[in-house]
Design a protein around this ligand. Structure first.
Ligand code: SF4
Length: 468
């Protein structure tokens, strides 16, 4: 079956809009109940949809403060100070769909279309490597050139085979349109990291209004795609909605239903949840006036609640958001951010970005973001060890348990950060980063200090990709 053909309908009865509506209606943010829920969240056991609905209703400032404070505690305990960095690689902006919020939609004649050749993909990859990137998410619109899906698989191979100086891309996550089980198997064989697809909105009437034409109109095909990916053996999947299309309260509970469904069926929930908000896009009226725009205050609440509800699931924030919001959200639960991003095919080589998918809120270079993170005490991490060592799916979730992170992730984050500092950082970033590394080492107990210092020594001696 070809990629763009629809297979047998997936069972998507796990999405229960009526139960979401009634949870939202019945939830009461009684202070005693809220405190009980926050106490449970501090045990890192996650939250039920009913508990999430109660937190959604919290408005009282003191309780909100407690909610944020608890999210910070949980984030710090599970993820430490580590922030994983990545950047998107768009290889085509051709698309057959008509998503009203997107500049790439088929009818947008203002956009110049471009599908990168393999040589151009290699050139983009070299550009990204030269700035220090190690992890990418690869994307394209929902249309393939003449080779069909093989184009995407060859593009993955091209990126992995491309080297530049001391660097290479070590992990490719992908964000492409839903596939059949058979094509997901081929994607897995291409050694991808996480498969990511946003449902955009779980609210079916809204979904039907904003997806006017093309394959993406099929709500159920999209809703069932993570089941097909996991059936095909892809352990790590990433969920997300485009906040601003429908009521965020509904979306949040629907994501929880999706996560629970995956956990029940496959024994492992989503590896990541992304939290994009609609940003202005060329030729899209809807993107200029999102029907359910999410305020900054609500956005932070969404992030804090997700952190408590699914504590071991990574949370991704892109450069859609500006630097200030990103700084706040790092404290509340975000564990991965993109930096130095371009959202147009060829964007890393070119200076003209008029053909981007949407407007960016954070235009800083990777070097500036790294320096800012270090100044805040966060460890910028380029680590890909879990993926390379097969610690995916449930194995990763087990490792993410509090305490274990200190054994693996912090030393690995520091050693990959040291690689970045030596190979790519500006003198100012090197100074800020070296100071941070010294502080981190002096704050460790002697055994952790010893083996982390050993990893750093190996990197300084010229070894690369040294991880445990
Ligand atoms: S959101 Fe994706 S599928 Fe929709 S028009 Fe844009 S690129 Fe195409």
């Amino acid at each position: 079956m070809s990629t763009l053909e629809q297979g047998i309908k997936d069972d998507v009865s796990w999405l229960e809009p009526l139960s979401i509506e009634s949870l939202l209606q019945d939830a009461k943010p009684d202070p005693g109940r809220v405190k009980e829920i926050l106490a449970k969240a501090r045990m890192f056991h996650g939250l039920t949809p009913e508990e999430v609905a109660v937190l959604i209703r919290v408005e009282e400032p003191a309780l909100l403060d407690e909610l944020f404070h608890t999210a910070k505690e949980v984030k710090e305990e599970i993820y430490g100070k580590r922030i994983v960095l990545f950047a998107p690689l768009y290889i085509s902006n051709v698309c057959k769909n008509e998503c009203l919020y997107c500049a790439f939609r088929a009818s947008n004649m203002d956009l110049v279309r471009r599908t990168l050749s393999y040589d151009e993909i290699a050139a983009e990859t070299r550009s990204m490597i030269r700035t220090g990137q190690k992890r990418i998410v690869m994307l394209l619109g929902e249309a393939y050139p003449a080779e069909g899906f093989d184009y995407f698989l060859n593009a993955i191979r091209t990126v992995y085979e491309t080297k530049e100086g001391p660097g290479e891309i070590r992990r490719i996550n992908v964000e492409i349109a839903p596939l059949s089980v058979e094509d997901f198997r081929r994607l897995k064989a291409a050694e991808i990291g996480t498969y990511i697809t946003f449902q955009e909105t779980y609210h079916r009437p809204t979904y039907e209004q904003v997806h006017m034409a093309g394959k993406k109109k099929d709500f159920e095909w999209r809703l069932g795609c993570m089941d097909r990916a996991m059936e095909a053996g892809i352990d790590d999947v990433g969920l997300g909605v485009l906040f601003g299309l429908a009521d965020w309260r509904f979306e949040l509970l629907a994501i929880m239903q999706h996560a629970k469904h995956l956990e029940d069926r496959f024994g492992c929930g989503p590896h990541t949840i992304s939290v994009p908000r609609i940003e202005p896009a060329l030729g899209s009226d809807l993107s200029m006036r999102p029907p359910h725009a999410v305020s900054d205050a609500d956005f932070k609440k969404i992030i804090a609640i997700i952190r408590l509800a699914v504590p071991y699931t990574g949370m991704i924030l892109s450069t859609r958001e500006n630097a200030e919001i990103r700084r706040d959200c790092l404290q509340l639960g975000i564990s991965q951010i993109s930096a130095g991003s371009r959202t147009d095919p060829g964007g890393y080589e070119s200076k003209d970005h008029t053909n981007a998918q949407f407007c960016l809120g954070d235009h800083r270079s990777l070097d500036e973001v790294v320096r800012d993170l270090a100044a805040m005490g966060f460890i910028p991490s380029f680590c890909t060890a879990c993926y390379r060592m097969g610690r995916t799916g449930q194995d990763f979730m087990d490792l993410a348990k509090p305490g274990d992170i200190k054994e693996h992730c912090n030393p690995n984050a520091i050693s990959t950060f040291m690689e970045y500092l030596l190979d790519y950082a500006s003198p100012e970033t090197q100074a800020a980063g070296s100071k941070l590394v010294e502080e981190l080492l002096s704050g460790m107990d002697s055994s952790h200090r010893e083996f982390t210092a050993d990893l750093i020594r190996q990197v300084k001696e010229g070894r690369r990709n040294v991880c445990i």
